[in-house]
Design a protein around this ligand. Structure first.
Ligand SMILES: [Zn+2]
Length: 115
């Protein structure tokens, strides 16, 4: 399962961070997932919780921020969100648009408790 290996890499990255910061409690990890990344956020959350539960990382939470697919119009320079797979510019009607976002898959933050 694709989501399981992603959940596993996140967990490993967090664990590495925990080793670098002894005495700090890790509360939450934020992940940005574009809709083109081919990741099912619910399945990813499920896998992540299953991996973390019962380990020293628990009860670490995973917060997934989803990002829509975005296109840039080559004609008028407008950026827009893709709805219903239409990549035609909603402003000028040009079909010459370029994908500029929506395939993100990255850790964006780690929430810590240093007290
Ligand atoms: Zn346009």
């Amino acid at each position: 399962m694709h989501e399981l290996s992603i959940a596993n890499s996140i967990q490993e990255a967090v664990r590495a961070e925990a080793v670098r910061r002894p005495g700090v409690r890790l509360l939450k990890v934020g992940l940005r997932v574009g809709e083109l990344a081919g990741v099912e956020p619910e399945a990813l959350s499920f896998c992540f919780d299953a991996l973390v539960s019962g380990t020293e990382l628990a009860p670490l939470a995973l917060e997934i921020e989803t990002r829509p697919r975005r296109q840039l119009c080559r004609e008028c320079g407008r950026t827009f969100r893709v709805v219903d797979y239409s990549i035609v510019c909603p402003d000028c009607g040009a079909a010459e648009t370029r994908c500029i976002g929506g395939d993100e898959l990255e850790m964006v933050y780690l929430e810590l408790d240093e007290t």
